[in-house]
Write a protein that binds this ligand. Structure first.
Ligand code: APR
Length: 249
């Protein structure tokens, strides 16, 4: 049951922004970065997802991506992803900002989204900068190369790299103007997305967190629903639908 302070924010014109992190895909079998299952071989994401690591050992970095692409290619959107796709259908002023590079939100049906850390089904030539789709799993050649002979890299944003300026501008504009910010499955430690809940809250938005664990975002959230996204979100969407129907039967 949602508190009245949240129910009163839910209207057909409500500007809803959803932010997601790796936790939304956990129930699809995609490992998170910082959980117990967050280590690959003996590495942490922060040791592999950097341009420095790629320069030093592109084969190692690509082996990690190849492993992740293999898992994701077998994964399916879970009830959490589907609930977020349903929110896009329910509310015209909906937008999704995801830090995930797995493409599962698109597969669930979301179209109004910013993939702020990129998408690992795209590769970029390190010489020409050209971006192409690539669904080869497993990769025939590791590290893969462009036709021009240069190395290809995943088209994702690594630690120490800047986000696409258009994606960042658009995301900040959305977050600063929303009525309701729903933050799902992120540990809230990677900037700039980690600061978005504060941006929204400062401008009067209701901040709602869905995460089985407490995070730094919990301190700014008006409400934290403790549970798995795949269990909490379908119920939340059902309640939102009921509130909307009651207002406009
Ligand atoms: N439902 C909801 N949340 C969950 C679930 C679940 N079933 N399972 C785990 N979580 C939560 C964890 O409690 C944790 O807070 O998901 C969060 C996952 O945190 P991280 O692994 O740190 O992932 P994320 O916040 O997305 O990381 C941000 O860091 O490595 C980089 O670029 C990468 O986009 C990533 C960024």
């Amino acid at each position: 049951m949602l508190p009245e302070s949240l129910r009163e924010r839910i209207r057909p014109e409500t500007k809803l922004v959803v932010i997601t992190g790796a936790g939304i895909s956990a129930e699809s079998g995609v490992p998170t970065f910082r959980g117990e299952d967050g280590l690959w071989r003996r590495f942490r994401a922060e040791e592999l997802a950097t341009s420095w690591a790629f320069q030093r050992d592109p084969k190692l970095v690509w082996e990690w991506y190849d492993w992740r692409r293999g898992i994701i290619s077998r994964a399916k959107p879970n009830p959490g992803h589907l609930a977020i796709a349903e929110l896009e259908r329910l509310l015209p002023n909906f937008y999704l900002i995801t830090q995930n590079v797995d493409g599962l939100h698109r597969r669930a049906g979301n179209r109004k989204l910013v993939e702020i850390h990129g998408n690992l089904w795209f590769v970029r030539c390190t010489r020409e900068g050209t971006v192409t789709e690539n669904y080869e799993v497993p990769l025939k050649e590791i590290p893969p190369r462009c036709r021009c002979g240069a190395l290809l890299r995943p088209h994702v944003v690594w630690f120490g790299e800047s986000l696409d300026p258009d994606d960042l501008r658009r995301s900040l504009e959305l977050v600063r103007n929303c009525d309701l910010l729903l933050v799902v499955g992120t540990s809230g430690v990677v900037q700039p997305v980690a600061s978005f809940p504060w941006e929204a809250k400062e401008r009067g938005a209701f901040v709602l967190e869905v995460n089985p664990q407490s995070t730094p975002i919990s301190s700014v959230a008006d409400l934290s629903l403790r549970g798995k996204a795949g269990e909490v979100l379908p119920k939340l969407v059902e309640e939102i639908r009921e509130v909307l129907l009651r207002r406009h039967p």
